[in-house]
Design a protein around this ligand. Structure first.
Ligand code: SF4
Length: 347
């Protein structure tokens, strides 16, 4: 955590970490904003959370905690601060609100969407449940609160396999990430169908144990097996890490697959000549900044446009104007909390 309120000292701290990846004039501008945020924060009852995909200047300055969405929501529950500013996208801020219903949760942007969360509505899920009555629903945390409220249990990319295996049911509905579902189906030995994409299969095929939904992360969907092959040709000793939201063929071609937190831990733990991270590019920059002795290759032009909406400048406005408040109806809040807490209870 960087609590510096002096712009010059903040600039020096950021330059030491990010001097290689950001131009100097930008670092100076960002340092001024970050120092001002820290000054205002110290006078208010506020905690700032920063997702791993935040721009490097934000990630390395104002957050009290950094991590993936669930880690951050849980961290928030442990603080005594009354207001949470969530530097991430909307579904993440909603999860923080679900786990901290009495606190005010602010998102620094009005939008903060996500192609995965936007791929399915609560009404879509109700229809799917009606088509497969009695089948439990496992919902990836990258969804909105009303979808979580319709679900039996949530999961992250890190615990999806254990969550599916924890259920007392051979068949499960797994939404909304198509690739994560296929990766989990492979790991658990289940056969998967996608009834909304191929309705005929759902009617005639009885040999399936997973029912998926065709949602995709627009960022991880861009990585291909060809990317992996090309990098390996040039750097045969590279260690390649891929996020489970990547296509199953990309996961199979990589050396390691895990959630954002698992990737960070893996890079810190192993010693390799060089690494390639197949994930959102700000996260690659943040890992590189924290591991200056390790060589990170970049094929990265894959910045999440939704995460990119949240900057230090927006965070300052959020702090000054107390915007934008995450508001979820008490009924949805209560039902969504049940699915999230059920996941937390199994670890
Ligand atoms: S990186 Fe993918 S899953 Fe994450 S917010 Fe962006 S679109 Fe959604």
């Amino acid at each position: 955590m960087n609590t510096e309120t002096n712009p010059q000292k903040m600039y020096e701290a950021l330059a030491a970490k990010l001097g290689d990846v950001m131009p100097d004039f930008e670092l100076r501008m960002k340092a001024e904003v970050a120092a001002e945020i820290n000054r205002l924060k110290s006078e208010q009852d506020v905690v700032i959370l920063g997702h791993n995909y935040m721009e490097p200047a934000l990630y390395n300055s104002v957050p009290d905690f950094v991590g993936d969405s669930l880690e951050l929501a849980r961290q928030a529950a442990r603080t005594d601060k009354g207001t949470i500013i969530f530097c991430g996208v909307r579904f993440m801020a909603e999860t923080a609100k679900i786990l901290n219903p009495t606190k005010t949760v602010l998102l620094p942007t009005e939008k903060g969407g996500c192609s995965l969360a936007g791929s399915i509505t609560a009404e879509d899920l109700r229809k799917l449940k009606a088509q497969f009555p009695g089948v439990p629903v496992v919902t990836y945390v990258n969804t909105y609160a009303d979808v979580k409220a319709e679900s039996d249990i949530c999961c992250t990319s890190g615990n999806a396999k254990s969550v599916v295996e924890s259920l007392d049911s051979e068949t499960v509905i797994f939404i909304p990430d198509e690739y994560l579902a296929q990766n989990v189906a492979k790991e658990t030995g289940k056969r998967i169908i996608f009834p909304t994409r191929d309705p005929r299969k759902a009617n005639v095929d009885i040999d399936y144990q997973m029912i998926g939904w065709p949602g995709r992360c627009e960022v991880h969907d861009k990585f291909t097996v060809e990317d992996v092959t090309n990098v390996r040709k040039q750097f045969p000793d590279v260690v390649i890490l891929a996020h489970p939201e990547c296509h199953p063929d990309v996961i199979a071609a990589a050396d390691f697959s895990g959630s954002t937190s698992a990737m960070i831990k893996y890079v810190e733990k192993i010693t390799a000549p060089r690494y390639l991270l197949l994930t959102e590019c700000a996260m690659g920059e943040n890992i590189a900044a924290n591991n200056p002795d390790k060589e990170m290759l970049r094929i990265c032009s894959v910045r999440c446009p939704h995460m990119n909406e949240i900057s230090l400048e927006d965070t300052l406005e959020s702090l000054k104007k107390r915007q934008y408040v995450i508001d979820i109806s008490p009924d949805i809040l209560k039902r969504a909390a049940r699915s999230v807490e059920r996941m937390i209870s199994i670890g």
